[in-house]
Design a protein around this ligand. Structure first.
Ligand code: NCD
Length: 312
């Protein structure tokens, strides 16, 4: 049984994946992309129900999970802004999860606390998908980012990938860099103000696999060698001191000047939302993928994951 590893599995962290899992997900994502582009929809998940339990703001992750379920003929319970549910009366995450697990076949959770998805997964037999747990991980974003890079270059080997922005709090970086341990990129750069450096454990995972890394506060040091420039916003909601946020938020701004120093063959990515880190006049640069492929791939990857988790 080829896809058995993901059937009924929780998707909590990219550290859980093997290279074979990723190959299966990539292959299925390609099929989903083709399905949407040729037929638009199917009834593969007819009779299946997803709960989207979102305790934090979301546009793309929430919207693309819902769209994915609908395109595959399934249904959904959308819980966004749980301030309107019994959570506002003080219900625990576990009880809320147990409730919706009794109505639906898969629970997608976004929550402000690290480890919340693991707590949700422990509360139910039904598969739980982590849609972002605080400053922890965001594995489905990493998969769509990976698919975008892989699709563009055909392979990861030999690439220099540069992450810029909030390495400390950016869960998309934590998940994607951990996923990259399975491949052979030439080098991974982490560019941030000293206050927002990548936690050591994420670097160790890469170095243990023989992947070269560099941490720097100077984007110019690594720009000309970069193949993938992955920009993130400084995560305002994780700061207790807003003065520090204001001081750091626009340390790196990607504008046409910066793009001029980047290889012609490079790509520019951002998980979005952006709040000033990429100037709008960069959007029309053919290397800018964040409003095009990267965004569209979110739905294809989530369709692939839902189909693998819910169908044998
Ligand atoms: C990211 C997130 O929620 O971590 N957004 C997303 O899902 N595309 C990135 C962010 O909020 O900065």
């Amino acid at each position: 049984m080829k896809h058995q590893t993901l059937y009924q599995s929780d998707i909590l962290s990219t550290s859980q994946f093997t290279k074979e899992d990723i190959e299966v997900i990539i292959e299925r994502t390609r099929q989903m992309q083709e399905l949407v582009q040729t037929k638009g929809a199917s009834d593969l998940l007819h009779g299946k129900l997803m709960t989207a339990l979102f305790y934090e703001p979301s546009s793309r992750t929430f919207g693309s999970f819902i769209a994915s379920m609908q395109r595959l003929g399934g249904g959904f319970i959308p819980l966004q802004g749980v301030v309107y549910s019994s959570v506002a009366k003080g219900e625990t995450l576990e009880d809320t999860v147990r409730t919706f697990a009794s109505y639906s076949d898969v629970i997608v959770v976004r929550h402000p606390e690290v480890g919340a998805a693991d707590i949700a997964a422990a509360a139910t037999e039904k598969p739980v998908i982590n849609a972002g747990d605080g400053t922890g991980e965001h594995p489905t974003q990493a998969l769509l980012d990976f698919y975008t890079i892989h699709n563009h270059f055909g392979s990861l080997s030999g690439l220099t990938i540069t992450f810029v922005g909030d390495m400390l709090n950016g869960r998309t970086i934590h998940s994607l860099s951990t996923l990259l341990r399975l491949y052979r990129p030439k080098k991974i750069n982490f560019v941030s103000p000293p206050e927002l450096m990548i936690p050591k454990e994420f670097v160790t995972v890469l170095n243990d696999q023989g992947i070269v890394t560099q941490e720097t506060a100077v984007l110019n040091d690594v720009l000309s060698d970069t193949d993938v420039l992955y920009v993130t916003r400084v995560q305002k909601e994780r700061f207790t001191d807003l003065k520090t946020y204001e001081r750091l938020k626009h340390r790196f701004i990607i504008n046409r000047g910066i793009m001029g120093k980047l290889k012609k063959s490079a790509i520019l990515m951002h998980p979005l939302p952006r709040v000033g880190e990429i100037a709008p006049d960069v959007d029309t640069d053919p290397r800018a993928l964040y409003l095009r492929e990267q965004m569209q791939n979110g739905m294809y990857v989530r369709m692939a994951l839902l189909s693998l988790v819910l169908k044998k």
